[in-house]
Design a protein around this ligand. Sequence first.
Ligand code: SDX
Length: 432
Amino acid sequence: MSSTNEETAKLIIDGKEYALPIRIGTEGNRAIDVSKLYAMTGHITLDDGFANTGPTMSMICYVDGENGVLRYRGYRVEELAERCDFTETAYLLIYGELPTGDQLEEFRTNIRVHTLLHEGMKRIFAGFPPQAHPMAILSAVVGALAIYDKDSADPVDPVQSELAIYRMLAKMPTITAFCYKQSIGQPFIYPQNKLTYCQNFLHMMFAVPSEQYRMPVDFVNALNVLLILHAEHGQNCSTSAVQMVGSSNVNLFSSISAGICALWGALHGGANEACIKMLEDIAADGRDLGKYVDRAKDPDDPFRLMGFGHRVYKNYDPRATIVKEICHRLVDKYAADDPLFELAQELEEVALSDPYFVERKLYPNVDFYSGIIYRIMGIPNNMFTALFALGRLPGWVAHWREMHLAPGKRIHRPRQLYTGHSEREFVPLIKR
Ligand code: SDX
């Protein structure tokens, strides 16, 4: 990983001066390297929510939150969304370069041959009640790959690690689609390896054994773009979880399972499902936008506008711009009578003209409009975050691989500042 420590930051504690290296990133972004702080000063840093802390240097993704810029390995996400296929983008994120034709075909073949699950895994799905949330099933079944594919469990063995990556990329669409089929009581549809990654997923989601499935090209293309837009975003909560868990040298599947669990939260990937629920509630409540905007602004009301705001973007999320454009096209063609897109645009307009949101630089994020597209494609609300996980998988894998390939890789083990009781005498139960 490239970095130069041409400058230092001076820290003075009790009159003594310490010099901490300043690392300078590719785009001039700067970091104070505190990796020797405790050894030098006996002090640790405190940083609620890691808003000011980077656990690593990375060459995978660049996000400029002030200007709404997102690049994967140096390529603008807008260009990749327009000109790339999802498996091509996955290759770029994981291996660092856009693949040649031969490299891409080899990558796709390595994935294709692993799309089936061990037949014994089907029993796991059957063990869940019908109303089980797909994200709970997804994390459990992905975790179970550590059992069925244990010959690719060693993350420091390059051969096993590469095999685990192919298996994970290959089986995620199958497992995700099986989660959906399980929830609606339909038979599992096996992957068809002659189909592309996106075609195969939609086929497994919506085909039934008794009918010929006609796959709308618009939906295949929309899914391809959505998966690319969701593919990577630096040290977000779920990617950070994948690295934290993976740093213990557990297998890739268990690390990805941890990422799925983190993504499920409504503050993170779960926001796409929560956003549609919010829009449905507003529509059912007389479309009283002002009431919900006021609630979102009320510090005593836990209600937040789902799909709004971002830790890093203090400008319009560039992904939301593209998702909104796809919404316009698909709503006009397939769901002109769907009130939610128009409601979402009205809500955006009301919020973005309100000083509360303007002052806090709260804009729609990638989750604000994505659910509207999934609805048009016939995907139920409770599957939206699973689609996010399907998209984010290459980013999780890329960071997991980058971490294991980094020289001097260590287990992630943060410190804490203890503020509890000092030592005290034990009190026997009889005296309490
Ligand atoms: C994703 O990190 C990533 O990169 C994530 C992601 C990715 O690709 O991996 O981009 C995907 O997770 C997008 C975010 C999806 N989540 C949501 O849409 C949920 C709603 N958003 C918020 O909960 C919030 O904006 C977060 C969680 C996204 C960010 O939270 P922060 O950075 O901790 O910000 P904060 O809660 O400290 O908010 C700062 C202020 C607060 O007001 P004050 O205390 O200053 O008065 O802004 C307010 C917050 O109350 N605020 C909101 C709000 N988001 C922030 N107020 C109303 N509605 C909101 N949505």
